[in-house]
Design a protein around this ligand. Structure first.
Ligand SMILES: [Zn+2]
Length: 388
């Protein structure tokens, strides 16, 4: 085809895509929407985990997490309004509302004006809403979907916005500052119960609850792990997969639903440059993705799953200075070793103990998944998810 011919053909395709795009766009908002956010999960966190799984299978590569089997792949820029490198509240706000804000601000624009998240927009359309996290639900990323605050650290006033949201289901580990920063406020459990929410510690307690309106599911160990970046799993606590399944069961299949699920401890493990915990937290996050994927398989024409991250943490690299062309995963499980020694012995590099400014991956499957292909910015999610 000549260049002119190509141009005409291209124009024809473009016009056709506009015509088809308009009619299609109106009809492609899925009935069931899962937005899965791996806090701090860059492409190399995913790759390192798959490399480890491949090693376990006796191979150099080829094993896959659930999310990387999804047919649509994109890449997302994450800078905030005032920094090259975002924090979780600014990126959570960008994803949830479509507007960039400054680091440490939550659900407000840089001037402090409150913004409306996609969860509120979808609720107005009749969706039931679930905000779930493996860390406290008044931490930055989940909070960006229901709260407005000039500071992400005003944990108590953010928690008070849980019942004010009127959303159906919340889940996370114990709330940060549930008695206020100075411990002198009414405990959040009482506030939530008074406002009509059933507070359940663990999925087994939730199953005994007859409340169908509003539930806050908290981890039985009642730990708040936000402040020391510790990632220690407690046998008493439900797994990520169990919590997401509980959210699906609670919200039901009659009405449309939107579930935001955050794998929050990935970020904390990577802040600590703790390779063991980073890989374990990614695998737990993928276990939750598997639950969403199984739901998709039962409702493939009505379900959309998006998996992404708010930013990269740690600048993790597959290959450090210790060995040429080798990752020695057999050194990962060595007990009692300092986390820096573990990474060096495996030959994994880290460039930072905080966030980096690289793009993050986007994986999608289901109804409307094609909108998440290619390059995007974190402010684009809102318009790609909320179509009406
Ligand atoms: Zn972080």
């Amino acid at each position: 085809m000549t260049i002119k011919g190509k141009a005409i053909f291209g124009a024809f395709l473009y016009a056709a895509s506009i015509i088809c795009g308009c009619t299609r766009e109106e009809n492609t908002q899925a009935k069931y929407i899962f937005l899965m956010i791996g806090d701090g999960m860059g492409a190399s966190h995913v790759a390192a985990t798959e490399s480890y799984l491949s090693y376990k299978a006796g191979k150099n590569g080829g094993e896959q997490l659930t999310c990387t089997t999804f047919p649509v792949y994109g890449t997302c820029t994450t800078h905030s309004a005032n920094k090259h490198i975002t924090c979780s509240s600014a990126s959570g706000t960008a994803i949830a509302t479509g507007v960039k804000t400054n680091n440490n601000m939550l659900g407000v624009d840089p001037e402090g004006n409150p913004l409306k998240s996609m969860a509120y927009a979808l609720k107005e359309q009749g969706y039931r809403i679930g905000i779930t996290s493996s860390v406290p639900v008044n931490h930055a990323t989940p909070a960006a979907f229901y709260a407005n605050s000039n500071s992400r650290h005003d944990y108590y006033s953010i928690a008070l916005q849980i019942p004010a949201s009127n959303f159906d289901f919340f889940a996370g580990s114990a709330l940060i500052d549930r008695n206020g920063a100075d411990g002198d406020k009414e405990t959040m459990d009482d506030v939530l119960e008074r406002e009509g929410y059933d507070v359940c510690y663990g999925v087994s307690e939730l199953k005994e609850s007859s409340d169908t309106d509003g539930v806050v599911l908290l981890s039985p160990s009642q730990r708040s792990r936000a402040l020391n970046y510790e990632v220690k799993y407690d046998e008493k606590d439900d797994t990520s997969a169990e919590v997401l399944q509980a959210a699906i069961d609670f919200l039901g299949e009659n009405d449309p639903f939107f579930i935001m699920y955050e794998g929050g401890e990935i970020d904390w493990a990577a802040h600590s440059n703790d390779l063991n915990s980073t890989i374990e937290s990614i695998m737990r996050f993928d276990d939750a993705i598997k639950v969403a994927y199984e739901f998709y398989l039962r409702h493939p024409d009505e379900t959309l799953i998006i998996v992404t991250a708010d930013h990269e943490t740690g600048g993790i690299a597959l290959g450090g200075q210790a060995h040429h062309y080798e990752l020695r995963w057999e050194n990962l499980d060595a007990d009692g070793k300092d986390s820096a020694d573990v990474s060096r012995d495996v030959n994994i590099g880290w460039t930072s103990d905080t966030h980096t400014g690289g793009p993050v991956p986007v994986f999608a499957i289901g109804k409307g998944a094609e909108r998440f292909s290619g390059r995007m910015d974190n402010t684009d999610f809102y318009g790609k998810i909320v179509l009406k």
